[in-house]
Every structure is written in structure tokens, then in C-alpha cells.
Ligand binder design. Sequence first.
Ligand SMILES: Nc1ncnc2c1ncn2[C@@H]1O[C@H](COP(=O)(O)OP(=O)(O)OP(=O)(O)O)[C@@H](O)[C@H]1O
Ligand SMILES: [Mg+2]
Length: 286
Amino acid sequence: MSMILNNVNYVYGTGTAYEVQALTNINLKIQDGEFIGIIGHTGSGKSTLIQHLNGLIKATSGGIYYNGEDIYDDDYDLRQLRSKVGLVFQYPEHQLFETTIFDDVCFGPMNQGLSKNEAGLRAFEALKNVGMPESLYYQSPFDLSGGQKRRVAIAGVLAMKPEMLVLDEPTAGLDPKGRDEIFEQIAQMHEENHMTIILVSHSMEDVANYVRRMIVMNQGRIVYDDVPVKVFGYCRELEAIGLAAPQVTYLMQEMREAGFAVRTDVATVADAKKEILRLFGSRVSR
Ligand SMILES: Nc1ncnc2c1ncn2[C@@H]1O[C@H](COP(=O)(O)OP(=O)(O)OP(=O)(O)O)[C@@H](O)[C@H]1O
Ligand SMILES: [Mg+2]
């Protein structure tokens, strides 16, 4: 099962003075169970791209196929697609509105036509999955911390049991602890449920630890689509488009330039540590 984007273009405000070509010739194949990061400078087209994945906005030209079906076919059920591809928006907490956390998470499944009981079971499972303590289930979502509100919003999408979960900047505005917790939780969901996950972020460093494939966007185009260490190999090119490789990648490059025989295709602190210990291991006491 997969999602295929074939030569997708998207233009905002066609024919007006504000016309913007937001996506240009996007070709993409997303396989079941992948964990992908979409990275790009502000305005590069990330949010526009992911809103195509559940049919929320329609390509100006090009095709999108989900599990072999053309989502732009007249008789394709877009409502179904929206429950299979769950989208968590940028600043999702703005969409919380029910009086209790539990009711808020029930909203999606009830909307899918499930009974109150079934929706409740889904809500329990989803809130557990995002690590919300049960003592908070019947409190107002508005009294929560920023990180907790984010979790409730993610649970609201999870409760619809999507096959693919797409998160637009899920950690924007959170402190480092809140950010790590959310990323850990998402990674755990991927491990345990083998759900396809797409994570949009400004920061390559943040997602490098988690994703296995990184799609870099610039001015509405995909410029790199590869495993993170390969993408980080292009650090100078990434800088030119307003992005930075993880600090450890630069450290390894500087060590290499200073004459140390270290690998430079390193993107995480853990891998850098291994590599440095490999080089100096015989000389330093651990
Ligand atoms: N509703 C809209 N109407 C007109 N132009 C838009 C609209 N939304 C986005 N754009 C334009 O489309 C381009 C891509 O925007 P998009 O929001 O997809 O980028 P992004 O990568 O998600 O940015 P950010 O990191 O700031 O969220 C930008 O030039 C933006 O100004
Ligand atoms: Mg965006």
C-alpha cells in the first residue's frame, strides 16, 4: 500500500495579482510504515504539500494515488481518505473546543459515525498512546500546558485510527523538554503500531534522531529525498537554502579537515560519540 504523488503542482490565487506557485513538479512515493521528515525553510511549501495528502487541497495539476486509487476520481470517497490520512495541523491546540479532554478526543470518531461507546474506547486508547495521565481526562483542555494540549490534539487524530499520521510542526513553540517528549511519543507509536508517519519541521537536527527518510523542500520543490546522513552530506548546499545540518555533522567535518580520520556521515550525537571513541578509544580511558 502506498501514496503516490505524480507531478503535483499547486498555485494559490490563480489568475489574481497574488498568484503564488507554492508547489512545482512534486513526485513522491510514500510506502506503508515509513517514518519521513519533511524539512524546509519558512514558505518552502511544506504545509501546502501535506494538505494534499488527505485531499484537503486539490492539486492545480498532477495526480495523487492512494493504495492504487486516484483520489481525484469523481467517485472517490474523500471523506474516507480524511480518516485514513490523519492530519495534525500547525498549532493544533487552537482546534480544541470541547468541555473535557475526553469529549474532545471523542469528536473525531463520533464524526466518523461510531457510537458513543466505541468512540469512548478509541479515546481511551488514543490518550494512553500519547501519554496523557488518566486523572486529566475529564478536565478542560484549556487548562493544560502547551505540550499537553498538543498531545490531546494528536490523540484526537489518532482516535480516528488513521493509517498515515501527518504532523505539521508538532513541536513548534514547545520548550526542549516538551519537544523531546512529543518526538519520543511519536517515535514510540511508529515502533509499536508501524504507522506511516510524516513529520514536518523547520529543524533537521530535531528530526534527525527519529526519521529514516528526509525530504528537503525549497521554494516549492523537493531538493533532497534520502536517508538523513546522506542529506546532511550536503551541509553547504543546505546552508544556502537557509537550513543547517546537525552541529555534530559540522564537528565531524571540522575534525576531518583538521586531519582526523573520522567519518563525516554522522547525524546524531550517539553516532558521533561512537565514531570519536572508535578513533580515540585505544588512547582514552572510558
Ligand atoms: N492561503 C494562502 N494564500 C496564498 N498564498 C499562500 C497561502 N498559504 C501559503 N501561501 C504561500 O505558499 C507558499 C508556501 O507556503 P506554505 O505555508 O506551504 O509553506 P511552509 O513551508 O509550510 O512554511 P512555514 O514553515 O512558515 O509553515 C508561500 O509562498 C506562502 O506565502
Ligand atoms: Mg507550514
